[in-house]
Design a binder for this molecule. Structure first.
Ligand SMILES: Cc1cc2nc3c(=O)[nH]c(=O)nc-3n(C[C@H](O)[C@H](O)[C@H](O)COP(=O)(O)OP(=O)(O)OC[C@H]3O[C@@H](n4cnc5c(N)ncnc54)[C@H](O)[C@@H]3O)c2cc1C
Length: 368
C-alpha cells in the first residue's frame, strides 16, 4: 500500500514544522513535504523574543544561551536620536536561522513526523496532494509554504489578501557589534535591523520599499554602522526576500488550512512572525483533532490582532519621518513609556493596555 497520511503539510519551515509537531502530539499522523533540504536558511532578523521562546518550549523545543546570544534591550536610532528600553521579563536570544531549523527538524523526527525533503508540492485536490510527482492521499492539507504560498492560491484563499510589502536583504558579519541589545536604525528610505548572534557573529537586515535596494549603497545611510562593519568579513551568503504585512479574510477552506506567513504575516520589524506561526500551530492541532477548523479561524484572527496593530504603528513611523523623530525623542526622554510600549508589544497584555499606551504616547507627543 502507498504512502497515506492524516495531515500533509506543504512547507517544512518553522510554521510547517511547528504544525506537524503539535499535530503529532494529538496522535495525528503527519507528513511534511518541502522543496528544499535542511537546515533551511532564510533572510530573517533572527531575534527570538520571550514569547517566541515560550511557544517553542510548548512545542518541546528548548533554545538556550548556547544556541545564540542573549539580549535584554532594544535601541531605536534615527540620526542623532537614540532611545533605549529593556524587554520586560525573560530575555530574548539571537539565533541563526539554520540553528533554529535544525532543532525544529530534530524535534519533528523525535515526534514521529514523516519528513520529505527535496519534495516540492505541485498541486492539491480534495483527497490528495501531489508531492515530487506522486499523489499522497490525505485527510487534511496544511499550507505552510510562506509568504508567496501556492497552497493559498490552490485553495482559493488568495482572493481576500490585503498586503503592504517591503524588500529585505540579510547579511551575516564575522564581528561582535552588540552584546545584550538589538538595534533598529531608521534612515531616509532604509531601515536597518541588527541582531547579535553566537560566535562573534552579527546579523544585519536592511529593509526598504524600493525593490532595487543595493546593500552596500543602502548601508551608507548609517555611517556609524557602516564604519563598524567596514573591516568585518561576511560569514554567509547574502539573502533577499520580501516582508509583508498581510491579512486574509479566511485561513481555511474545506480540508485546507493555512498557517505561518502563508496565512497572513506581520512586517519583519515587529520580530513576531515566528511566535505567531508557533501559536497558530498549537491551536490548529486542536482544531484538526476535532475537525472544527472554524475555531482555528477565530483563534487565528485573535492571535494576529496585537502584532498587526504594532506592525501598523511601526510602518506609520517608517513612512512619516517627522512623526518618527518626535516619537523617538519622546521615547528617549521617557524610557518608562518605551518600556510600557515594549510590554504591550511582547507580553500578553490586554487590548485596553495597548490602547492606553498608544493614547499616552499621543498625549506625550502633543504636550512634549
Ligand atoms: C527580513 C525578515 C526579518 C525577520 N525577522 C524576524 C525576527 O527577527 N523574528 C521573528 O520572529 N520573525 C522574523 N521574521 C518573520 C519570520 O521569518 C517568518 O514569519 C517565518 O519565516 C515564517 O515561517 P513560515 O514557516 O511560515 O514560512 P517560511 O519560513 O517562508 O517557510 C516556508 C517553507 O515552505 C517551503 N515551500 C514553499 N513552497 C513549497 C512547495 N510548493 N512545496 C514544498 N515546500 C514549499 C519553502 O522551501 C520553505 O521552507 C522576519 C522576516 C523577514 C522577511
Amino acid at each position: 500500500m502507498g504512502h497515506t497520511t492524516d495531515v500533509l503539510v506543504i512547507g517544512g519551515g518553522p510554521a510547517g514544522l511547528a504544525a506537524a509537531i503539535a499535530a503529532r502530539r494529538k496522535g495525528i499522523s503527519v507528513t511534511v513535504a518541502d522543496g528544499a533540504r535542511p537546515p533551511i536558511d532564510k533572510a530573517c532578523g533572527e531575534g527570538l523574543l520571550p514569547g517566541t521562546l515560550a511557544a517553542l518550549r510548548e512545542l518541546g523545543i528548548s533554545i538556550s544561551s548556547n544556541d545564540g546570544q542573549v539580549f535584554r534591550r532594544i535601541r531605536f536610532i534615527d540620526g542623532g536620536i537614540s532611545a533605549e528600553a529593556q524587554f520586560p521579563g525573560e530575555s530574548s536570544i539571537g539565533v541563526r536561522r539554520t540553528v533554529l531549523h535544525r532543532k525544529m527538524v530534530e524535534r519533528a523526527e523525535e515526534s514521529g513526523v514523516e519528513l520529505l525533503w527535496n519534495s516540492p508540492v505541485t498541486g492539491i485536490s480534495r483527497r490528495c496532494a501531489i508531492v515530487g510527482g506522486k499523489a499522497i492521499p490525505t485527510k487534511w492539507v496544511v499550507g505552510a509554504d510562506g509568504v508567496h504560498s501556492r497552497g493559498r492560491r490552490w485553495s482559493g484563499l488568495d482572493s481576500g489578501v490585503h498586503c503592504e510589502v517591503r524588500f529585505a536583504q540579510r547579511r551575516h558579519y564575522r564581528a561582535r557589534l552588540l552584546t545584550d541589545c538589538v538595534e533598529v536604525y531608521w534612515g531616509r528610505k532604509i531601515q536597518a535591523y541588527v541582531t547579535p548572534l553566537a560566535n562573534e557573529e552579527t546579523c544585519v537586515v536592511l529593509i526598504s520599499r524600493d525593490p532595487a535596494m543595493r546593500f552596500e549603497e543602502a548601508l551608507r545611510e548609517f555611517p556609524g554602522l557602516a564604519a563598524s562593519l567596514s573591516n568585518a568579513k561576511l560569514s554567509s551568503v547574502q539573502r533577499g526576500t520580501v516582508t509583508a504585512t498581510c491579512k486574509l479574510d479566511r485561513v481555511y477552506r474545506g480540508n485546507v488550512a493555512l498557517i505561518g506567513d502563508a496565512s497572513g504575516s506581520v512586517d519583519a520589524i515587529t520580530g513576531e512572525g515566528l511566535e505567531l506561526g508557533f501559536r497558530q500551530a498549537l491551536v490548529l492541532a486542536g482544531a484538526l483533532e476535532t475537525g472544527e477548523l472554524e475555531k482555528y479561524q477565530a483563534a487565528h484572527r485573535k492571535l494576529a490582532r496585537r502584532p498587526q496593530a504594532m506592525a501598523r504603528l511601526l510602518l506609520l513611523l517608517d513612512r512619516f519621518a517627522p512623526l518618527r523623530k518626535r516619537v523617538l525623542q519622546g521615547l528617549a526622554r521617557d524610557p518608562d513609556l518605551f518600556t510600557r510600549l515594549l510590554a504591550a508589544h511582547v507580553k500578553e497584555t490586554s487590548s485596553a493596555f495597548l490602547a492606553e499606551t498608544i493614547a499616552y504616547l499621543g498625549w506625550r507627543l502633543i504636550t512634549g
